[in-house]
Write a protein that binds this ligand. Structure first.
Ligand SMILES: Nc1nc2c(ncn2[C@@H]2O[C@H](COP(=O)(O)OP(=O)(O)OP(=O)(O)O)[C@@H](O)[C@H]2O)c(=O)[nH]1
Ligand SMILES: [Mg+2]
Length: 308
């Protein structure tokens, strides 16, 4: 299948083409524009929702339920799970994923896992390209699941129209989350695994956070495995992204484009430097190790390669 066929297929919401397009931008960083350029004009219509939280918080299970409920409203949903460890490992969910990856959009849900390989933390350029592909394919909603460790939880805010932060009672998570700076990015809190002990304690902490931050972030108690509470969350979500004043959506989108430009420039610069320097920094690293040069000296010298 050539690029033109892939692009045409994306416009026709052909799932095979969508999958091929995403694989292409993942595997061919220096040629991703071959796909993104011709589709870009058709992007900007999807609602992009970030779903983040600690490992094992139930993000994938919740994402799956959210996707189904949105889909039941007659809307199509694309899911990108940035999840190196256990992407959609639940049996039924995995079965769906294989089915959806390989067949059509009959169900209107497409789930794609993307590896974090090669990422220096956070969402990478390929993920943003994949969002474009789903957007151009006409998916109404795009859900992006990331594990809230490192920089991820801060990055997700830069790509999404609305963020759900998934918290769970117990495990000291409540306190850690406050530290991780994950709280500030939430437009919705999902207190998942609310069938477990410790919900009240977590709610107390969240309400305290709301008081001090003066943000009226809604809290939904969910049990992702049974679906309890997820309907209410989705209704709020859909209403919010539909009525959200254009100013704040536009601000977020500007932020998203700025972030994306930086990501593209970073990746292209590093690629160029790596290829022009023969991908071998041993001499430079040894000169830093022996304190003959500083890391800044070496970086500046390598960056001169960009202009050559
Ligand atoms: N008791 C209970 N278990 C849940 C709930 N939601 C998810 N689980 C279970 O928690 C485990 C982890 O769920 P996942 O959906 O894979 O969690 P995740 O956050 O996507 O995990 P990673 O992507 O690996 O970080 C699974 O065994 C789920 O069945 C819930 O509301 N209650
Ligand atoms: Mg997961």
């Amino acid at each position: 299948m050539n690029i033109d066929d892939i692009v045409r297929g994306i416009f026709q919401q052909n799932i095979r083409s969508v999958a091929k397009g995403i694989s292409f931008v993942e595997n061919n960083p220096s040629e991703a524009d071959l796909i993104v350029n011709p589709i870009f004009e058709k992007t900007g219509n999807a609602r992009i929702i970030g779903i983040t939280g600690s490992p094992g918080a139930g993000k994938s299970t919740l994402t799956d339920k959210i996707a189904r409920i949105i889909n039941q409203k007659g809307l199509s949903v694309g899911v990108i799970a940035i999840d190196p460890s256990s992407p959609f490992s639940g049996g039924a969910v995995l079965g769906d994923r294989i089915r959806m990856n390989s067949l059509s959009t009959v169900e209107g849900i497409y789930i794609r896992s993307m590896a974090t390989r090669g990422m220096l933390g956070g969402l990478n350029r390929a993920c943003l390209d994949a969002v474009d592909i789903l957007d151009a394919a006409g998916f109404d909603y795009i859900l992006v699941e990331t594990v809230g460790v490192g920089q991820d939880e801060v990055d997700i805010v830069k790509v999404s129209d609305l963020n759900i932060v998934v918290l769970v009672p117990g495990m000291g998570d409540d306190i850690q989350a406050l530290k991780a700076g994950i709280m500030e990015i939430a437009d919705i809190f999902a207190v998942n695994k609310s069938d477990r002990n410790g919900v009240d304690k977590l709610l107390t902490i969240l309400n305290h956070f709301k008081t001090i931050s003066e943000k009226d972030t809604p809290i939904f108690q969910t049990v992702a495995t049974s679906g309890k509470g997820v309907n209410d969350l989705v209704n709020f979500l859909v209403n919010t992204v539909n009525k959200k004043d254009t100013k704040s959506i536009n601000e977020r989108r500007q932020e998203r484009l700025k972030y994306r430009l930086v990501k593209i420039i970073q990746e292209k610069s590093v690629d160029l430097i790596l290829s022009k320097s023969g991908r071998n920094f041993d001499d430079e690293i040894n000169s830093i190790l022996s304190r003959k040069k500083t890391p800044y000296d070496v970086a500046n010298k390598l960056m001169e390669l960009l202009c050559k």
